[in-house]
Design a protein around this ligand. Structure first.
Ligand SMILES: [Zn+2]
Length: 79
């Protein structure tokens, strides 16, 4: 299992990401590129036999039990 904690800003969380007003075009491309890379990395990991578990930064901060549950769920899938 490969655990990622994705920052709400850098990975474009639908609940918490707000686009900066300055350099808006830059940030739009930057965050979209990051999100596309996340999907690509997940696919590459799966192809290599890993199980990616992506957990939002806000989940760690507000619901650590949910974060642990997600990781355990992936670990059970390895059995
Ligand atoms: Zn968030």
């Amino acid at each position: 299992v490969a655990v990622f904690v994705d920052g709400c800003f850098w990975h474009g969380c639908s609940e918490h990401y707000t686009a900066p007003r300055s350099n808006a075009d830059f940030w739009l491309v930057k965050i979209e590129t990051n999100r596309a890379r996340d999907l690509r990395v997940d696919d590459e990991l799966r192809a290599l036999g890993w199980r990616p578990a992506r957990i939002w930064e806000h989940t760690i901060a507000t619901d650590i039990d949910e974060a642990v549950r997600r990781i355990v769920e992936e670990l059970k899938g390895c059995a």
